[in-house]
Design a protein around this ligand. Structure first.
Ligand code: FE
Length: 204
């Protein structure tokens, strides 16, 4: 392929970004989409919605037994009560880690993910190796994330769908007694709510 001509190429874009830009250009020219509306949606999910929402849900569940109970019974409603609802978070189920069971979330079919509480999915979540191996060899996948669980800890894998998405409630770490919810939320990482990590230790 020759590139010794002098007009501009979008060489800074990876192939997928270039394809998205081309598609957006065509749809805009045809009057089918408004670029400002697209930008607003993307900006919302990049800046306003993100794992901090989920972290607040988890911190509240750690702090408030009746909220935890509600979250267990009707996660959609409990989460919506904090103002997190809508797109890709319509039907939620919270799965609680215990000393006996660790929960791991995947979407084997595509990339279903609870946007309303976790924002946009990480690249690896959408990648075929994670999607297939999380089911076949969850313990091995967790090892690759640097997470070694005790051998007697059962790993339960939850396969998301368009209808039902999962939020992992990690175990509350020891040493954060008396912390308020905002401080507790700082311990709740995105990966701990997917199940590929644990909540942070208070000392860290
Ligand atoms: Fe999916």
């Amino acid at each position: 392929m020759s590139h010794d001509h002098d007009h501009h190429h979008d060489n800074d874009l990876d192939p997928m970004a270039a394809r998205v830009r081309a598609l957006e250009t065509i749809l805009t020219r045809k009057g089918l989409v408004d670029p400002a509306a697209i930008d607003a949606i993307v900006e919302t999910y990049e800046t306003k919605v993100g794992p901090r929402n989920g972290a607040r849900v988890v911190a509240k569940a750690w702090s408030d037994a009746s909220f935890a109970d509600w979250l267990r019974r009707d996660a959609t409603a409990a989460i919506a009560s904090l103002g997190y609802s809508g797109r890709q978070g319509e039907h939620m189920q919270a799965v609680f880690n215990t000393d006996k069971t660790h929960n791991l979330v995947v979407c084997t079919l595509c990339s279903c993910y609870p946007w309303s509480v976790l924002g946009l999915p990480p690249v690896w979540y959408k990648a075929p190796p994670y999607r297939s191996r999380a089911v076949i060899d969850p313990r091995g996948v967790l090892e690759e994330f640097g997470l070694t669980l005790p051998n007697d800890r059962k790993i339960r894998v939850w396969d998301s769908t368009a209808e039902l998405r999962y939020l992992v409630v990690p175990l509350r770490p020891v040493g954060a007694e008396g912390w308020d919810e905002e401080r507790l939320a700082d311990l709740v990482t995105r990966d701990s709510m997917i199940g590929t990590g644990l909540a942070l230790e208070p000392a860290a």
